[in-house]
Write a protein that binds this ligand. Structure first.
Ligand code: ADP
Ligand code: MG
Length: 678
């Protein structure tokens, strides 16, 4: 049996079970082995019959007098007597007539079920029965529970996986021997065996630390290899013009923050190298990343090369174009700024494309329209990817490929990534953190609101509107194609427009509107023509409306903490204080996660908390890192992460050959595709 074989090669797995397994994403034997337990129950405790108390129990018994009978229509009862050396107890099953014939009254069994009062007698009801002479998997041990699906229970998965144990035991070691030794790891096969069927609790820990180390080692190796490959390319060295930089800074209507100065300096250093820059700027919402990008662009244009800035939405791209035009006008460079959006007319696009390809445009700003076939650049030397986590790997690669040689790449994100996680998933990038905000910490006052007491909230919201301020109401729409949540933003709009907000001008914004409609809605709101904007998360990124002071988030349970933090960063950006109301979807006690938003105003802290409570997927969308498999690794374990990274570094320094380790090679090459920019 091979790991790549279809699950149907396994005894007892036919087409029906295979189709259920497919629903869990399991197609091959390897997938099945990688279907790790979701949790464990400790059923090691075997009770003597004389010591039984009501509740779930396991006994070790011989079973006699098993008899099945029809009590009445539709109800079959099977009874038996189980005994150990201390006494006897009745076993009773409902509608499982096959039980009577499947029991051998000379053999010993583990029996597990609920000990309870049934027809005036204490009995063990609907118990599982396993031969002691077999390898017990459902009782008398630490029992794994698996993520299951309709028609395929965890107990069945347990059986199927237990059948694979002999195959698991034969699996080759996947890591180099020296790594296993130095790190004191258990072998690959033993780890998998014990992860599924641990003998004791310590086995689980040992298995997890081995497999977690392996996950991080593989990613580290992939990103190091990418990093070296990237460094082997040549980019244009961008000469630093100090006077230009000083003039630009002097022309700004504000003083740069320390973070901005530090990061711009790092970027200018990178740009002077012929080694391509690959830097990620991580800065909380409002930390002023746009100016930083503009200063990078300035230096590149100054020596006659082109810059492309790609933003995730048209609204944001337009806003960037306006900002850049303004910022660059004192340098007499505003006519160098171009815009390319999917929604532009054919004529507009043609103009943009021709000034881009002949080099009249020095700074092109756009959405993913920039990666269309028809776009050709003259001499692109710097690519800026704003809100980079919103783009897929392919999109990022495509924009980079628009340059003749490898361009410098600057990625920006407002999603704060905890350091330990960043070390893992951004291994091949240099990271700059913008830690201070321009106007100090402007805390957006945040409140949790129970769904049946929103009156007070609407009162204060009305008060704000009457004072001239503006309001966002955000409905959860995670997937734009999900019609159920699509309705909710419209339903909310229709209800509020004629209800609580009848006195005000209300706008509606969501991803399914046509581009020019979106534009109009956004424009109306930013010009103050509408007072309330009912919207999906399309407003999440970037949008700068200084007059907006209130944001209401409906069903905040459905959002990540970092995402809500970004959303509330949309308000209180001007002179007035910002307020955020999180309207819970039910009146239960709010979760620890949501309560943290009230107290905590650091994007980084919130990201750490989300990482701890919900795992890396919550912070880092699975879309981008679908292949990056961090199911086991404890990502708060900075020591382990550093050890894994060191081992990966050594692997390269020792000039180890990946071909010697087929499984590692396969995983690393998949991972490189997800992260590589080349
Ligand atoms: P983000 O990091 O979220 O992209 P922006 O670049 O949009 O932040 O900046 C947010 C706001 O702060 C903008 O209105 C910008 O003009 C302003 N800003 C940026 N840098 C400074 C600064 N050093 N001092 C004052 N205001 C600044
Ligand atoms: Mg921004």
């Amino acid at each position: 049996m091979n790991l790549d074989d279809q699950v149907t090669v396994i005894n007892g797995v036919g087409d029906v079970v295979a189709s259920k397994l497919a629903k869990l994403g399991i197609r091959t034997v390897g997938d099945l082995i990688d279907h790790y337990p979701r949790k464990y129950d400790d059923f090691t405790n075997v009770t003597r019959i004389s010591q039984l108390h009501p509740g779930m129990v396991t006994v070790k018994v011989v079973i006699k007098h098993a008899k099945s009978r029809y009590a009445r229509r539709g109800l079959n009862i099977t009874e038996a007597v189980a005994s150990d050396e201390t006494g006897s107890v009745r076993l009773i099953w409902f509608n499982q007539p096959y039980r009577a014939d499947s029991i051998d009254n000379k053999k010993e069994y583990f029996v597990r079920g609920e000990f309870q009062l049934r027809s005036q007698r204490l009995s063990i009801t609907n118990p599982s029965v396993e031969l002691v002479s077999d390898f017990p998997i459902h009782s008398a041990r630490i029992v794994p529970t698996y993520r299951a699906t309709k028609g395929l229970k965890s107990t069945q998965l347990r059986k199927i996986i237990a059948n694979l144990l002999p195959n698991i035991a034969k699996l080759d070691e996947t890591l180099p021997e020296w790594v296993v030794k130095e790190q004191n790891l258990v072998s690959h096969s033993r780890a998998l065996e014990k992860l599924h069927f641990p003998d004791e609790n310590d086995d689980i820990e040992l298995a997890k630390s081995r497999l977690g180390f392996e996950e991080v080692f593989q990613i580290s190796l992939a990103s190091l290899l990418n990093k070296y490959e990237n460094a082997s390319h040549n980019s244009v060295s961008i000469e630093f013009d100090e006077v230009k930089a000083q003039n630009f800074v002097a022309s700004l209507p504000f003083k740069l923050t320390n973070s901005q100065r530090k990061v711009v300096w790092q970027i200018y250093n990178d740009l002077q190298n012929t080694q391509p820059m690959n830097r990620l700027v991580e800065g909380d919402v409002g930390s002023g990343k746009t100016v930083v990008a503009c200063m990078a662009a300035l230096m590149v244009m100054n020596v006659g090369f082109q810059v492309a800035i790609m933003a995730p939405t048209e609204i944001l791209a337009r806003q960037h174009a306006e900002t850049m035009t303004t910022l660059l006008s004192p340098m007499n460079m505003s006519d160098k700024v171009g815009l390319l959006l999917g929604s532009m007319t054919q004529q507009q696009k043609q103009n943009a494309l021709s000034t881009l390809s002949d080099g009249r445009t020095g700074l092109i700003i756009g959405t993913s329209a920039l990666i269309q076939e028809s776009v050709s650049m003259n001499n692109l030397a710097l690519v800026v990817i704003d809100e980079q986590h919103r783009f897929g790997v392919d999109q990022r690669k495509k924009i980079v490929s628009k340059a003749g040689t490898m361009p410098h790449v600057l990625s920006m994100t407002a999603t704060p990534i905890p350091r330990s996680l960043a070390l893992v998933i951004y291994g091949e990038m240099d990271i700059s953190v913008m830690s201070d905000l321009p106007r100090g910490k402007q805390v957006v006052k945040t409140e949790l609101v129970s769904p049946n007491s929103t009156d007070k909230m609407y009162d204060s919201l009305s008060k704000q509107i009457e004072e001239g301020r503006q309001v966002f109401i955000v409905c959860p729409m995670i997937d734009e194609n999900n019609s159920e949540s699509y309705d909710s933003v419209i339903a909310t709009y229709e209800t509020l427009r004629v209800g609580k907000l009848v006195k005000y001008k209300v706008g509606l914004l969501h991803g399914k509107l046509k581009s020019d409609q979106k534009e109009k809605v956004m424009n109306d709101f930013s010009k103050g023509k509408t007072q309330v904007l009912i919207t999906t998360t399309v407003i999440e990124v970037g949008i700068d409306i200084p007059n907006a002071t209130v944001i209401v988030v409906l069903s905040p349970e459905r959002f990540g903490l970092a995402q809500i933090h970004q959303l509330r960063g949309r308000v209180g950006r001007g002179a007035h204080k910002g307020y955020c109301y999180l309207v819970l979807s039910d009146s239960n006690q709010p979760s620890r996660r949501l309560r943290a938003l009230v107290e905590n105003h650091s994007g980084f802290d919130l990201a750490e908390l989300d990482l701890e409570i919900r795992g890396p997927g919550a912070i880092y969308g699975t879309a981008q890192h679908g292949v990056i498999d961090l199911r086991i690794a404890n990502l708060s374990d900075v020591k382990m992460i550093e050890a894994a990274k060191n081992a990966a570094q050594q692997f390269i320094e020792k000039k180890e050959k990946l071909v010697k380790y087929p499984e590692l090679q396969r995983n690393v090459s998949n991972l490189r595709k997800v992260t590589n920019l080349n």
